[in-house]
Write a protein that binds this ligand. Structure first.
Ligand code: ADP
Ligand code: ASP
Ligand code: MG
Length: 443
């Protein structure tokens, strides 16, 4: 069994959906196809929720009408036969009637509304497969994908429920399901957060013990740097699970931050491929040795840096424990941490409880914080063979103020905290210094 996940752009219009079908049908293995929503749909559904909260009923209805129209056009372009045109139209109109119902109901239907994108994409794809004459079965992610009370995937339940779901159908060896959506511990519709379809694919791959998880997207694999901010990036043939996990967590948008973990735990290779250039090799993520120096760079925005200076002017026993307890209390993860004798600096990416956290930290020490910061993460091999790498990195960034440096936490990562305003410059300078001019050789 293999898992193939296609992202929003890959199912973004009729022409692209046809490409996805070719890729799916060319592969002769038994497979589970995981689909995202058509690109733009989840953003529109978020906009609908925003209008609902701000009680702008006209805007809610207009935007739903526009979205429905866009699906009418997609259906017109995707299906050849009257039979499937009508089937798809009936489904879409019915689905949009339900959406209007959810939008105009008083209870909080936010997550149900957000789930519609993936539900629509998978149904349309299955109708298209049927029109092509390919046997496939649509399985609902809501029958097996679940998160627990801490919003973490319930891997045992997913495995058991998915096995039951698959066993109900012995006619098909192509299953189609939704990425992103799940049920929470109260049995309500929920999701795995933005970009979560990658995570769904990895969790499904782990649950069925897949031979390979393929993530099909709009770029030919993991690049050595963020192509949205840096020119002349290139795709990597292979990277290790640890490197991929660091890059995903620290902002490489091609992968959801947690998506590598289930595959890594089960040692299932993850292949990143380009839907629009399927002949390109892509990037394989597997158990392989890390490169001898920097493999790739990523950056994560929205970071808050917090400095706590001990009132006792000494790194007193229990000082760190007291600090960590505050973050634990507010369920806020710490990304980077550095210490001196008298102070601790750390970063968080979730500012939801920032005011309360600062209030409580003020009882422990003097607190300062900076917002609009970015973590620049370098993944590679920073063990002893990496002599000189850190010097090269700092040298590249000599004109940029660095707020924090984290090095040595693992052999695979070096992280630097810079102002978000300096992020693009930092990524470009590092690219030039480490990859284009290869300054590593000179140090
Ligand atoms: P999908 O909709 O298929 O999930 P995403 O937009 O989530 O696709 O992810 C693909 C995008 O990730 C690329 O188009 C690219 O702009 C961005 N990206 C950011 N960092 C990297 C990187 N290191 N390598 C490849 N792509 C990256
Ligand atoms: N449709 C969801 C999003 O836009 C999930 C995904 O695309 O992976 O975030
Ligand atoms: Mg994505």
């Amino acid at each position: 069994m293999i898992v193939l996940k296609f992202g929003g752009t890959s199912v973004g219009n009729a022409e692209n959906i046809k490409k996805v079908a070719t890729i799916v049908n060319d592969s002769k293995e038994a497979k589970i196809v995981v689909l995202s929503a058509v690109s733009g749909t989840t953003n529109t559904l978020i906009q609908i929720n925003n209008y609902i909260y701000t009680d702008q009923k006209d805007k809610v209805n207009n935007i739903i009408d526009e979205l429905q129209q866009s699906y009418h056009q997609l259906i017109d372009e995707l299906f050849c036969s009257d039979f499937y045109q009508l089937k798809a139209l009936t489904f879409i109109n019915n689905q949009f009637d339900k959406l209007r119902g959810h939008a105009n109901n008083t209870p909080n239907n936010e997550k149900i509304i957000l789930a519609q994108g993936e539900i629509i994409a998978t149904h349309l794809f299955q109708f298209y497969q049927a029109e092509l004459g390919h046997q496939s079965s649509l399985i609902s992610a809501l029958d097996f994908m679940s998160i627990d009370v801490n919003d973490e995937p319930d891997t045992n339940a997913i495995k058991t429920k998915l096995a039951v779901t698959l066993s109900k159908d012995n006619k098909s060896d192509t299953f189609i399901t939704q990425g992103f959506i799940c049920l929470n511990n109260k049995g309500e519709i929920d999701n795995l957060k933005r970009g979560g379809s990658d995570y769904s694919a990895s969790l499904i791959g782990a649950a069925v013990g897949a031979k390979e998880i393929q993530i099909w997207t709009d770029i030919d694999g993991m690049h050595n740097n963020d192509p949205r901010f840096v020119e002349n990036t290139f795709s990597l043939d292979e990277i290790s699970f640890d490197e991929a996990a660091e890059l995903a967590y620290f902002g490489a948008k091609i992968l959801h931050p947690q998506s590598i973990i289930p595959a890594q735990k089960n040692n299932i290779p993850v292949l990143l491929k380009n839907t629009f250039n399927p002949k390109q090799k892509g990037t394989i993520i597997k158990n392989c040795s890390e490169t001898e120096n920097v493999r790739a760079i990523a950056a994560k925005d929205g970071i808050v840096a917090i400095k706590i200076k001990s009132y006792r002017m000494l790194m007193a026993y229990g000082f760190l424990k007291n600090i960590f307890e505050v973050f634990e209390k507010y369920q806020t993860a710490i990304d980077m941490i550095t210490t001196s004798e008298i102070a601790v600096s750390l970063t968080i990416d979730n500012p939801k409880h920032l005011n309360k956290i600062i209030e409580e930290l003020n009882l422990i020490g003097k607190v300062e914080h900076d917002t609009e910061m970015s973590i620049v993460c370098l993944a590679g091999n920073f063990s002893q063979s990496g002599k000189g790498i850190s010097a090269s990195v700092i040298n590249c960034l000599k004109d940029i103020p660095i707020r924090m440096i984290s090095y040595g936490g693992s052999n695979f990562n070096m992280s630097l905290l810079v102002a978000t305003n300096d992020k693009a410059k930092a990524l470009n300078l590092l690219n030039e210094g480490l990859f284009v001019n290869n300054k590593l050789q000179e140090v």
